[in-house]
Design a protein around this ligand. Structure first.
Ligand code: GTP
Length: 598
């Protein structure tokens, strides 16, 4: 394809504003998707994504299009993930594009997450075309939303595209504007190869599949490529484009987008954000902005049955093949036995992986409460990364503890500002900024300990603003904090899986609340169970679970065998998610009580 006839574009939208629907409609109008396929949201590959309605893995489609000017164009739609946990991937997808459609729900308005991505796009000098969606709905208010886009982002929105991705209204005009309003790529097909990896995944047949955008140079099947950061070399065995089905090609040149396979065994062979060049004539400077993605949130995953340890290990191995942001290593808990410490980008990422494990691998799991990574500075000058509260050094060895802080940007209508400020203050937030975007919408910026927003902040924010607030966060640095380790003792035995690191000021209420939550979560047993919360040697809270008075099955009127069996089966079912600690049975819910105690 001639470079001036290529358009590489992304779609930026808040969750539910209609990105996938618009992408589907574009594919349909350009004849890329058959009627049978129309029903499926084509770009959302995985079943789980569809269920949750979010796009996790970016996927790209090459769309040949004959425009109104009579010329043939190649439109490369570069899909981007839509959640706060995945903002690095979004930034790489944007870096591969020259322009973006900004899809805003015309019944709602500009949301914080959208804004963060718009500013990312502007940082990459992308041309942005605003698109007002859902004009078929009675509550559409294009005038207000267009004004908001002008005021908030500073984009010209005097003559916006007003569309319904659902009915298809004006979607044709959107495609035309991709051609007329977005610039073609620039690049030299004869320069040394420089291509940006903006997505990669593991395929059990082909090994690693790499999606890339060529900035300069040309790539051919059979070329020996070099990955810039590792200097490792691979032979290109397959080169192609998605239409959306994979279609092989012999060559791709500057400005183009495509995929390649090169007998790579693991995702780390081709990390997102890295640069591909040719081994014979490598570029001097890589594409800027490469960074390794690192897990930020950790939890323990333990099989309910010890026999499930090996299968679980296999499942984790498989999962990691396709997700460099996910990590795992074996760990042993005195309470839970053999399991794994697993790392995730954020809570959503964690939930997705746990669900996938349970569904695809049928593994029954006990998950411990998630924790951020703390830095412990020891008296001897050493600094340890603590991803598990139970691994905290003895108080005597500790000089200081630091925790990750994030910058939090919240968008909220005027009426809820008070509620948001109160919530952020409760979470030890430090206010940085508060700006009125319009007379009715406010952006509030806070710096907050990551641990404080990790648990129930999202839910609280939503419920206290009737769902109107939206947020974006980014971990910025580590700061020393007055933190203590809180332990839980069950019948005087410490249970490592219940340990938590909490701020000293909230340690007492947290300990009391946690002990009470555990009391409610742990079922009665044949003997009394004493639950204690402790900081060091000091017991700060105590609860008791009274023993059974009588046999449960005694309720079953003796003779009714089937009822009795049913009850026993029910108990067995309930037991599946129980873990025996000493002689106390503890259900899965109890481990999550830590989350709700704050
Ligand atoms: P994520 O994939 O979660 O990022 O969401 P998305 O932005 O891709 O939104 P999606 O396309 O899944 O649309 C969200 C909901 O809005 C769906 O129920 C769509 O059917 C609906 N929707 C999208 N476009 C329109 C529209 O133009 N009009 C109406 N009435 N509904 C729409």
């Amino acid at each position: 394809a001639k470079i001036e006839n290529i358009r590489n574009f992304s779609i930026i939208a808040h969750i539910d504003h209609g990105k996938s629907t618009l992408a589907d409609r574009i594919l349909e109008i350009t004849g890329m998707v058959s009627d049978r396929e129309k029903k499926d949201q084509y770009l959302d590959k995985m079943e789980l994504e569809q269920e949750r309605g979010i796009t996790i893995k970016a996927q790209t489609v090459r769309i040949p299009y004959k425009a109104a000017d009579g010329k043939e164009y190649i439109l490369n739609l570069i899909d981007t993930p839509g959640h706060v946990d995945f903002s690095y991937e979004v930034s790489r997808s944007l870096a591969a594009s020259e322009g973006a459609l900004l899809v805003v729900d015309s019944t709602q308005g500009v949301e914080a997450q959208t804004l963060a991505n718009v500013f990312l796009a502007l940082d990459h000098d992308l041309e942005i075309v605003p698109v007002l969606n859902k004009v078929d709905l009675p509550s559409t208010d294009c005038e207000r939303v267009a004004q908001e886009i002008e005021e908030v982002i500073g984009l010209d929105c005097s003559d916006p595209l007003m569309i319904s991705a659902k009915t298809g209204l004006n979607v044709e005009a959107v495609i035309e504007s991709i051609v007329t309003d977005l610039p073609p790529p620039e690049g030299d097909p004869d320069a040394p190869l420089k291509a940006l990896i903006f997505d990669s995944w593991y395929d059990s047949y082909q090994g690693v599949v790499v999606l890339f955008r060529i900035l300069d140079g040309t790539i051919k099947k059979g070329d020996k490529i070099q990955i810039f950061s590792s200097k490792r070399e691979f032979d290109v065995t397959t080169l192609g484009v998605y239409t959306p089905e994979p279609q092989k090609t012999a060559m791709l040149a500057a400005g183009e987008v495509g995929f390649l396979c090169a007998s790579m065994k693991e995702l780390n062979d081709a990390p997102v954000g890295d640069t591909i060049t040719l081994a014979v004539d490598p570029v001097k400077d890589p594409f800027p902005g490469f960074k390794e993605v690192k897990p930020m949130v950790f939890c323990g995953l333990y099989p309910v049955e010890p026999a499930e340890y090996e299968p679980l290990k296999g499942a984790l191995e498989k999962l990691q093949l396709n997700d460099t942001a996910f990590s795992y290593e074996p760990e042993t808990s005195t309470a839970l036995g053999f399991g794994f410490r697993c790392g995730f980008l954020g809570l959503l990422h964690m939930e997705i992986i746990q669900e996938r494990l349970e569904r695809e691998f049928q593994a029954k799991l006990i998950a411990t409460a998630p924790s951020v990574v703390y830095q412990a500075k020891l008296n001897n000058g050493e600094v340890l990364e603590i991803d598990n509260p139970s691994k905290m050094p003895e108080a005597g060895d500790l000089e200081a503890l630091a925790e990750p802080y994030c910058r939090l940007e919240i968008h909220v209508p005027n009426d809820y500002v008070g509620a948001v400020l109160k919530l952020c203050e409760e979470k030890r937030g430090i206010q940085q900024d508060m700006r009125y975007l319009t007379s009715s919408r406010v952006i509030i910026t806070y710096e907050v300990p990551f641990a404080e927003i990790m648990y129930d902040f999202f839910d609280k924010l939503k419920s206290q603003t009737k769902g109107y607030a939206s947020l974006d966060y980014e971990v910025i640095d580590y700061r020393e904090s007055n933190l203590v380790k809180l332990d839980i003792l069950i019948n005087t035995d410490p249970v490592d899986a219940f340990s938590a690191i909490v701020h000293k000021e909230s340690a007492y209420p947290f300990g009391r609340s946690l002990a009470l939550k555990l009391k409610r979560a742990i079922p009665r047993q044949m003997f009394e169970i004493v639950i204690q919360a402790a900081i060091g040697r000091k017991i700060i809270a105590k609860e008791r679970v009274a023993p059974f008075r009588k046999n449960v099955t005694a309720k079953c009127y003796g003779g009714d065998i089937s009822r009795k069996r049913k009850l026993l089966e029910k108990q067995k079912e309930g037991k599946k998610r129980m873990k025996k600690m000493g002689n106390v049975e503890i259900p899965q819910e109890a481990f999550m009580a830590v989350l709700k105690a704050g």
